[in-house]
Design a protein around this ligand. Structure first.
Ligand code: AGP
Length: 615
């Protein structure tokens, strides 16, 4: 996700936009740019790096005068972070400029068509395609900017929050929204545009939040005119009087980034499969895989290297790849792999998983694998990160910046990408019937909604947290696909609440850990109705008979476990291989609430860093 800011009014636009971008840097900080209209020209400056880099560059290179302007801080999705790919983007004529937060899925086909019509492109972004589509529509239909934007947006598929300026109509800015947030600050004879209210809350607390498929023409001295993009019908603004303060706005109204990111998971999972999962066509489109399919199909095995939560996502991938694509998989801690002189050949494919793309151990493991001839594929959340650049190919999770040190949306979006890869390979290998494959593709599209449903247990989980917040130890148990989720749940609890927690395969209890069970030991058991359900029920009975306290994550409607456990949290039913995307949600919420009740710093836990760039 990116941050967009715009201004039109009596003030100097530049300081408003720059300060607004600084407040939106939590949304992305790969690059930044600003375009200002000084009454005669559009003066545009943009640069790789942070807003502070933009401030330095713009004040030295362009006039920063003018009462109208737009600005952008980028979280790269298409095109690595560099000056050229930064926003704003000009149209070919130089008359139009745009800033954009979102993903245009069909930009490649539109780009081809525009190139055939003589357009040239300087960046790798989908946004530059969009501004030239608007220009082409404006020329062809001989319409003003507002109509051109509306017509052009009816040709695109994807998500956007855009602001567009046309030097031919210099007293207005046109904005539009689908899937990405856009707020209009309503000042005294001035208007503000932003991804959230933080850039303008100090000037006005009156705001319009555009609804999906709405656009607005913002003209000085005029009422804001809202339109429906689909049919140009008039839309009526709902002007809100905001009560939030600045910090609350940056956290989306949540108390912590971690909670905001837990609740972003439905959108993050959707953004991650957007444009890749074509369920209606029974297809999965992933350039990084499609271009190297032979490597995967002819590999002796797949070796996954990662750390922490990413390693847990790798364990889930092991179950999925072997179960569905019948490809042997080994999962290695990158920190062990890099030092143990592993046997790696050019018949191996190595998948490196990393949210930050900067984890030193994972980077070292990649280099070792490459030295031994392996093909290395990256799954990262940061475009242009060291790991993204070091691997031979890759696929990005589109989770947006993850600010909380405890990984949450990174985990579920990593699993989403890895599931798509496994299904793609299963389809190519014919290891899954067409019917079974389509069942997966269809169910994946329901996952964001099912995550929303799982999140509705938040209040019930908060009550459970109250009961167990003073525990000194905790056990997490899961079987099959949910064994890695048990490990992940234990990591979440220990890293933010400092309670010692361990994850085990449920069946492993009888080989020692059951000695730990007594009335002081809370045991979180993942007992969904898939896989080895009856075996897990037996494990629960073993724990209960030793007075263990049981918190069970069950499939909605489960009565059997409900009769045995002290507490149950229900999640919607789904396919067994997709249960990790849902069972992890209650465990994230439980660790969050317990940590909060223990007075811990949820977003910056002691001793930890968001990215471990040292060994
Ligand atoms: C998880 O909550 C932790 N923040 C940590 O284990 C993290 O997953 C690990 O350091 C790997 O980071 P990466 O995904 O950025 O490589």
């Amino acid at each position: 996700m990116c941050g967009i800011v715009g201004y039109i009014g009596q003030r100097e636009a530049y300081p408003v936009i720059i300060k607004g971008l600084e407040r939106l840097e939590y949304r992305g900080y790969d690059s930044a740019g600003v375009a200002l209209y000084d009454g005669k020209n559009i003066n545009l400056s943009k640069t790789k790096g942070k807003v502070s880099d933009l401030k330095k560059k713009s004040s030295e290179t362009v006039s920063v005068k003018g009462n109208i302007g737009i600005g952008h801080t980028r979280w790269a999705t298409h095109g690595v972070p560099n000056d050229v790919n930064s926003h704003p983007h000009y149209s070919n004529s130089g008359d139009l400029v745009i800033i954009h937060n979102g993903i245009i899925e069909n930009y490649e086909s539109i780009k081809k068509e525009l190139i055939n019509r003589g357009y040239v492109f300087h960046s790798d972004t989908d946004t530059e395609v969009l501004i030239n589509l608007i220009e082409e529509v404006q020329k062809k239909e001989k319409v003003k900017l507002g109509k051109a934007v509306q017509l052009a947006l009816n040709e695109v598929v994807g998500a956007y929050a855009i602001a567009v300026f046309d030097i031919k109509k210099p007293n207005e800015i046109v904005v539009a929204k689908l899937g990405s947030p856009l707020a209009i600050g309503m000042g005294e004879d001035e208007f503000f545009i932003a991804s959230d209210a933080s850039p303008f809350i100090e000037f006005t607390n009156n705001a319009i939040y555009l609804e999906d498929e709405e656009m607005a023409i913002i003209r000085l001295g005029k009422e804001v005119k809202l339109r429906k993009i689909k049919n140009d019908a008039v839309a009526y603004p709902n002007i809100l009087e905001l009560q939030m303060n600045l910090e609350e706005i940056e956290k989306g109204g949540y108390d912590h980034f971690m909670m905001k990111e837990i609740y972003e998971q439905p959108r993050a999972i959707l953004d991650t499969y957007r444009g890749r999962l074509l369920a209606d066509k029974g297809l999965i489109k992933m350039a990084g895989i499609d271009q190297h399919l032979d490597k995967f199909l002819n590999a002796n095995r797949i070796v996954i290297v990662a750390c922490g939560t990413s390693w847990h996502a790798g364990l889930v991938a092991e179950y999925i790849f072997e179960d569905l694509a019948r490809i042997p998989v080994e999962v290695e801690y990158a920190s062990e792999f890099r030092y143990r002189n592993p046997v790696i050949t050019d018949k191996d494919v190595v998948i490196a998983i990393s949210q930050s793309g900067e984890t030193a151990d994972t980077l070292a493991a990649i280099k070792l694998a490459k030295e031994n001839g392996a093909f290395v594929f990256g799954v990262c959340n940061v475009v242009g990160s060291s790991i993204a650049r070091e691997t031979h190919a890759g696929a990005y999770t589109h989770a947006g910046p993850e600010i909380g040190v405890a990984s949450t949306k990174a985990f579920t979006t990593q699993i989403t990408v890895l599931t798509l890869i496994a299904l793609k390979l299963a389809q190519e290998k014919g290891s899954l019937s067409k019917e079974r494959l389509n069942e997966f593709l269809t169910e994946l599209e329901y996952i964001p909604t099912k995550v929303e449903i799982a999140l509705q247990s938040n209040e019930a989980i908060e009550k459970i947290a109250e009961v167990y917040k003073d525990s000194t130890n905790c056990l997490y148990l899961g079987r099959g696909y949910n064994f890695p989720v048990a490990l992940e749940g234990a990591l979440k609890l220990k890293e933010i609440s400092y309670i010692h927690a361990e994850g085990y395969p449920a069946a492993e209890m009888k080989h020692g850990p059951i000695a730990l069970i007594d009335e002081h030991m809370p045991v979180i058991v993942i007992a969904t109705n898939k896989g080895h359900y009856e075996k897990v029920v037996s494990n629960i009975q073993e724990i209960k008979s030793r007075k263990g306290k049981i918190i069970a994550v069950v499939t909605e409607g489960d009565e059997q476990v409900k009769a045995l456990a002290d507490y149950v949290v229900e999640i919607p039913d789904t396919l067994e291989a997709l249960t990790p995307l849902l069972t992890t949600i209650p465990l994230q919420l439980l660790s969050y609430h317990i940590a909060l009740m223990r007075g811990c710093n949820v977003d910056q836990p002691r001793n930890l860093a968001k990215s471990v760039t040292v060994e």
